[in-house]
Ligand binder design. Structure first.
Ligand code: FES
Length: 106
């Protein structure tokens, strides 16, 4: 799920596709997009767990304010996916679902 047309933004310039890994599984993203956008486009809706109760969380603000999009990146915990540009070879893990392919289910 990606926005392909917009009345103001120009999407006519094609972006190179890159590969990253989600829970060990190879995935594709567009160069320059945030990790949150790449995961959202893959159908991922549960990103992390709340700090207090361990409840499922998903992106809310998309501007780095709420902490609801935190995932593990290259072994670092609690990285804000909405503030992180996806990079080739990046290894992403959804807290609580490491190695679980169901993460990609919409
Ligand atoms: S969605 Fe709120 S900090 Fe990322």
């Amino acid at each position: 799920m990606r926005i392909e047309e917009h009345p103001i933004l120009d999407f006519s310039i094609p972006r190179r596709e890159i590969e990253f890994f989600l829970n060990g599984r190879p995935c594709r993203a567009r160069e320059g997009e945030t990790l949150a956008a790449a995961l959202w486009a893959l159908g991922v809706r549960r990103f992390g767990l709340s700090r207090k109760k361990g409840e499922p969380r998903g992106p809310f603000c998309f501007i780095g304010r709420c902490h609801d999009c935190e995932v593990n990146v290259d072994g670092r915990p609690r990285v804000k996916a909405c503030m992180t540009e996806v990079r080739p070879g990046m290894r992403v893990e959804i807290p609580g679902e490491e190695g679980d392919d169901d993460t990609l289910s919409p």
